[in-house]
Design a protein around this ligand. Structure first.
Ligand SMILES: C[S@@+](CC[C@H](N)C(=O)[O-])C[C@H]1O[C@@H](n2cnc3c(N)ncnc32)[C@H](O)[C@@H]1O
Ligand code: SF4
Length: 417
């Protein structure tokens, strides 16, 4: 597995240099000149822990949560104060964990952010189905939240059981959703669970759109090495059949593909914290992507609070990009939206995309992975499948290794990928 990602990295970066993450970090982050900057806030608390979940999370405790949110607000000010004027940003996303466990403090966090940033494309919050109540939705809406994403995983009891989750009460959720209008109501599903058929998935998607969603995210199940999940992965051939059937179904229904895994009903529904040129991440495990660097905060809630108490940023590791590494990073995450515009690449790197990756793009066209219209490369369904296939390798060779280490050590010092 590592061989594929290593060879691809060497080919695309034209160098044998690995991605080297070290413990040194900037206390002042160079984000002032970044265009298309997004914000992400991580709230790592969950009422109960799901054993398939790779994200940074801990069981909820009122006292720890309150200490953490105090530290989080201080981190936002520490970074936000670094620009003289308020910085215009695209969106703000809260992820977790289950951010609604801190619903009572979301307004305070948004106020802290608004002291330094002007949010132009809305605020999103990830919700556990148990958090979809009229009271919580009201608090979020009053705080300025415009998009929500609910982690359904499956409406069917057998798969919820397989994942160790309780069944979702669909009618209670639907009536709660009627009490507060959001621009985007997204629902997350996991597909390629053992035995799952297209009919199962189609029923889930139909139920989502009938019960308040205008956007869905359908993620392939990933078996992370450091999780204790007993769920088996589906063989690649079956997975491809499911993905193809799912894509064809959503397209026939007139849903718009907004990224590799997401579809929307209606043009305005969008929910993605990933496809942005640059972003600042706050909270433990949050990542920050800037022109020259990618950095990750510590995964330890304790150490996170301790660093903030010492008036230091909670950065655990920083990767300083070579120019080609940054291009690969840009292309990989932009391709996630299924489209890469040559003009955007050129505006970011001041060099034509064709000059840097002309041969690769011709090859991708020849293989039927992309089509090109007016300088925009669009991924075909075949391209989307292979992107997914490669992303799986990337996730298992890079993210799995890195998160595995970071969960075990607050400040690992150095990681090479
Ligand atoms: C932070 S979690 C969800 C938010 C909320 N805490 C919940 O559980 O409903 C974000 C999403 O990641 C997806 N996810 C989690 N573990 C996954 C795995 N092992 N493979 C694929 N997707 C996964 C799920 O669809 C989940 O809704
Ligand atoms: S899936 Fe959601 S509720 Fe479950 S552990 Fe992960 S973040 Fe927490």
């Amino acid at each position: 597995m590592g061989i594929i990602t290593n060879l691809t990295r060497m080919w695309l970066t034209r160098s044998a240099r690995r991605f080297v993450f070290t413990g040194e970090y900037d206390q002042k982050l160079p984000f002032g000149g970044c265009r298309n900057l997004g914000l992400y806030i991580h709230i790592p608390f969950c009422a109960s822990i799901c054993n398939f979940c790779p994200y940074c999370k801990v069981p909820y405790s009122e006292q720890l949560c309150s200490r953490y949110i105090d530290a989080l607000i201080r981190e936002i000010h520490m970074v936000g104060r670094q620009t003289a004027e308020k910085k215009v940003v695209t969106s703000l996303y809260f992820g977790g964990g289950s951010p609604a466990l801190a619903a009572g403090r979301i307004r305070e966090i948004i106020c802290a952010v608004s002291e330094h940033f002007i949010i132009t494309e809305g605020i999103g919050v990830e919700l556990h189905p148990d958090n979809v109540t009229p009271a919580i939705l009201r608090v979020l809406k009053d705080a300025g939240v415009t998009k929500i994403s609910i982690g359904i995983q499956s409406f069917q009891k057998k798969y919820q059981k397989e994942l160790g989750r309780a069944a979702v009460d669909v009618s209670a959720m639907a009536s709660a959703l009627h009490t507060a209008a959001f621009e985007t109501v997204s629902m997350d599903f996991i597909f390629a669970l053992p035995g799952q058929t297209f009919d199962d998935l189609r029923a889930d998607i139909a139920l989502a759109f009938e019960n308040g969603a205008n956007h869905i995210a359908v993620y392939p199940f990933i078996d992370f090495a450091f999780t204790s999940s007993a769920v088996r992965t589906m063989p690649a051939k079956e997975k491809r059949q499911l993905l193809d059937a799912l894509t064809a179904y959503c397209e026939a229904k007139g849903y718009t593909r907004t990224s590799i895994w997401t579809f929307s009903k209606g043009q305005n529904a969008r929910y993605s914290s990933m496809t942005r040129d640059n972003f600042l991440g706050f909270g433990c495990s949050a990542t920050t992507l800037l022109r020259g660097q990618f950095k990750i905060n510590t995964f330890s809630v304790e150490e996170y609070c301790r660093r903030i108490d010492a008036m230091q940023l909670p950065t655990s590791l920083t990767l300083r990009f070579t120019r080609r590494q940054r291009m690969v990073y840009y292309l990989f995450w932009t391709a996630y939206s299924t489209k890469v515009a040559t003009a955007d690449f050129e505006a970011f790197f001041h060099v034509p995309l064709k000059k840097m990756y002309g041969m690769e793009l011709r090859f991708a066209k020849w293989l039927g992975f992309v089509t090109e219209h007016d300088g925009v490369y669009c991924m075909t369904p075949k391209g989307a499948f292979y992107y997914h296939y490669y992303e799986n390798f990337y996730t298992l060779s890079y993210i799995d290794k890195m998160w595995g280490i970071m969960r075990a050590e607050a400040f690992p010092g150095r990681i090479e990928l």
